[in-house]
Design a protein around this ligand. Structure first.
Ligand SMILES: [Zn+2]
Length: 424
């Protein structure tokens, strides 16, 4: 039995997780250099990308110089793999050493190589409170996709036993969780809620879950509070993709996802691939220290923001502040990307808005940003306008105007962000 305080304390690898900024740069520079040399020899797909960018092996030794390599888009993978099957020349080991081959729509294939722990999921499970001796229900899909398999391996390395239940069959999952005395859960947050409700409905006492690692969908704070307050479950989320594995995880603080030391995450301009300063929204572009399948500057198509301020847990890595939508939904205003989800956040913060539309326009050589809002019946216009202007500054890092319009002005089903700029 692990006590709840112990689940919040400690590190999987204290030295690595508390590196100074310069120590982290050196650590990442070292593995990046070694990884590229290894891939240059054994993964012709990686070598072709470097050569096409006019780069030699010695040209990419740190994060800054890595940015010279163009981002590889996920959408390019099917054609690359078709041209050089099965893995597009990105796999460094012969097929005889590949343990599993995963398949994503596209189609895109991903290999699991011979080494254990290549996906670096252990620090995230530890930070999320999983400990040796936990019995963990893994409800992610085991069919074709890698997440469940990678997680099982990491949990075993932590000393946890896995019950591989996979997706669906809620009643049976509740019965299995009870019979096994499962203390941990892995899966989507919504399915955890489904299991807890089903357990209530069936009677027979509470499930024994104490920790949960959730992912693959947004995880609202309201749901996290329900897990914690009503069920005593410490639920933490991670961010990953099939191609990269999990690259960021929450600690006990639950305020942003620490980026792995074995991943170099750059938040980039989705059109040019250039890294953006901390605090700006952009595409998550990652390079992961996976020696079997080295994805170098892989563009996920997902948006996030990074906070490089200190975290009370003592880990020193920057934190990704949640998933902020897809890169193909962003609009650039005065050099900053804005996203419909940011607009939702602004409106939710201020309250009193029945409907809204963000209009991006152009006056002279300046972009303009205007929130057109229809107020709820009880809302006071005198309060809404300044509150909203403040929220726009906080969330979008831009100055924006607020225009209150009469109810019924905004068209039903209109786009949240309307870009009216013309560029003739
Ligand atoms: Zn932390």
């Amino acid at each position: 039995m692990v006590n709840a305080g112990d689940r919040r304390r400690g590190h999987w690898d204290r030295a690595k997780e508390t590196l100074s900024a310069s120590g982290r740069r050196r650590y990442q520079g070292r593995w990046l250099t070694r990884l590229l040399a290894h891939a240059w020899e054994r993964a012709p797909g990686v070598r072709r990308r470097l050569e096409a960018a006019g780069l030699g092996l010695g040209d990419v030794r740190d994060e800054e110089r890595l940015a010279r390599l163009p981002v590889i888009k996920k959408s390019a993978m099917p054609d690359l793999q078709k041209a050089d099957p099965p893995f597009g020349g990105f796999c460094t080991v012969p097929l005889s050493r590949v343990r599993k081959i995963f398949f994503s729509p596209g189609p895109i294939l991903e290999p699991m190589g011979p080494e254990l722990g290549a996906w670096h999921l252990e620090p995230g499970f530890y930070a999320g409170g999983f400990r040796r001796g936990d019995i963990v229900l893994n409800t992610f899909s085991y069919q074709l996709v890698p997440a469940a398999h990678e997680m099982d391996e990491a949990l075993n390395l932590l000393g946890c036993a896995v019950v591989p239940t996979g997706v669906g069959n809620t009643e049976q999952q509740v019965a299995v969780a009870r019979a096994a005395g499962a203390t941990g859960y892995v899966g989507t947050p919504s399915f955890l809620m489904t299991l807890l409700q089903k357990a209530d409905e069936l009677g027979g006492g509470r499930l024994a879950f104490e920790v949960a690692q959730v992912g693959a969908e947004p995880f609202p704070e309201s749901l996290r509070r329900v897990f914690q307050d009503e069920h005593g479950i410490m639920a933490r989320q991670g961010f990953g993709t099939a191609d990269l594995g999990m690259i960021a995880y929450e600690c006990a603080e639950g305020a942003g996802m620490h980026v792995l030391e074995d991943a170099i995450v750059q938040i980039c301009d989705p059109t040019t691939g250039a890294p953006l300063p901390a605090g700006q929204i952009g595409e998550i572009v990652a390079t992961v220290n996976n020696r079997t399948y080295p994805m170098i500057r892989f563009g996920t198509g997902d948006l996030s923001v990074v906070d490089d301020g200190p975290c009370p847990c003592g880990r020193t890595s920057a934190r990704m502040l949640g998933w902020r939508g897809r890169a193909d939904e962003v609009t650039k205003v005065r050099g900053m990307f804005i996203h419909p989800r940011q607009a939702d956040e602004i409106v939710a913060r201020v309250g009193g808005v029945a409907r809204f539309q963000v209009v991006v326009g152009r006056e002279g050589h300046q972009d303009t940003l205007t929130f057109r809002v229809e107020l709820a019946a009880e809302a006071a216009p005198g309060r809404i306008t300044p509150a909203m202007e403040g929220a726009i500054r906080d969330v979008m890092k831009l100055r924006g105007a607020v225009e209150v319009v009469a109810p019924g002005t905004l068209a039903e089903g209109a786009k949240k962000i309307a870009d009216t700029r013309t560029w003739e």
